[in-house]
Design a protein around this ligand. Structure first.
Ligand code: ADP
Length: 307
């Protein structure tokens, strides 16, 4: 089974081009769709979940046309939206039972068995009688996965699932997702690089509605080997460094910016001479590249990593 998206485009009425000729081939397993806020992820997720139309393009799940055979797609789809809306004050058991009815599982005994199994699976069985509205963020997300799993979906779409989860909740959620993603396609949209790193064999980086990279996270990181240099600098020097070097990211480490520079060679050497600073402007250390480097380099349109 695979999902093939070709030339998908969508421009909203206000003129925002949210999807710009998106083409992707998504195999079984966990697939990460990584992009900043506003990149177009939810638009793509909602389109694949048959909730909105594209202007152009196709999306095929094997022989099933997602854009035209919506009812058939919904029968094999599990969707965990970014915003679930307001949860009613009903118990997890009752709410899951209700969703199961909506999914067409009419036999009461079958539903009870399914609901109990799902509650065990997402580790909410002990709190099944509590109102879902009283759950923590992580519990709500696990409940969301339980409802998405009703009816054994082949395609599971999870939109920004870990935003707002604390580290413990995030870990529990990762474990749950990684168990699910073996025999189905799970598309996980996120702006959190760690989500993709920990869970996904394949990914795409989307920026301003366009796919800038698709491939395996590990391969993309390997492409940057030997090209990332880091240096801890004074805060006041940051603008100068950003001007002088190809700084792709900076983060505070012990209160000081640690800059990451993308360069084929030690960036300190030539630039320091050119700036008349002498060798003292060196001090860059080779750094182990990671997916965050890939992400920032890609969305800045860096030519060292263009697919
Ligand atoms: P992401 O999920 O990556 O944050 P979205 O798909 O939500 O991105 O949004 C992509 C772009 O489309 C953004 O600029 C957003 O403001 C815009 N957008 C999203 N939904 C609508 C809408 N219903 N009407 C107009 N613009 C929208």
């Amino acid at each position: 089974m695979q999902l093939i998206i070709q030339h998908l485009s969508k421009t909203y009425a206000n003129g925002v081009k949210a999807l710009d000729d998106v083409s992707l081939t998504i195999p079984m397993g966990m697939y990460g769709l990584l992009g900043q806020n506003g990149a177009g992820k939810s638009t793509l997720m909602r389109t694949l979940a048959t909730l909105q139309d594209a202007d152009k393009g196709t999306a095929m799940l094997d022989d099933l046309n997602i854009l035209t055979q919506k009812d058939a797609v919904r029968r094999v789809l599990g969707y965990l939206p970014q915003e679930f809306g307001v949860y009613p004050k009903v118990s997890a058991t009752d709410l899951l039972d209700h969703f199961a009815v909506l999914k067409g599982i009419t036999k009461g005994s079958e539903r009870k068995e399914l609901v109990d199994a799902l509650l065990h699976r997402v580790n909410l069985y002990d709190v099944r009688k509590k109102a879902v509205s009283s759950y923590s963020g992580g519990m709500k997300q696990r409940f969301g996965i339980a409802q998405a799993l009703i009816g054994n979906p082949k395609l599971i779409i999870v939109d920004e699932p870990t935003a707002g989860l604390d580290p413990g909740e995030r870990n529990r959620f990762y474990n749950l997702l990684s168990e699910i993603g073996e025999n189905v396609i799970v598309i996980l949209s996120t702006h959190i690089v760690q989500d993709v790193m920990e869970l996904c064999n394949n990914m795409a980086i989307i920026h301003q509605g366009r796919v800038l990279y698709s491939g395996s996270p590990t391969d993309s990181v390997a492409e940057l080997k030997g090209k990332i240099w880091e240096k801890s600098i004074a805060k006041s020097d940051l603008p100068t460094y950003q001007q002088r070097y190809n700084v792709i990211s900076n983060k505070l480490v012990a209160g000081k910016p640690l800059v990451h520079v993308l360069s084929e060679f030690d960036p300190g050497i030539g630039a320091a001479d050119a700036a008349g600073l002498g060798a003292s402007d060196g001090g860059f250390q080779p750094a182990q590249p990671d997916l965050e480097d890939v992400f920032f380099a890609t969305i800045q349109g860096d030519t060292l990593l263009v697919r």
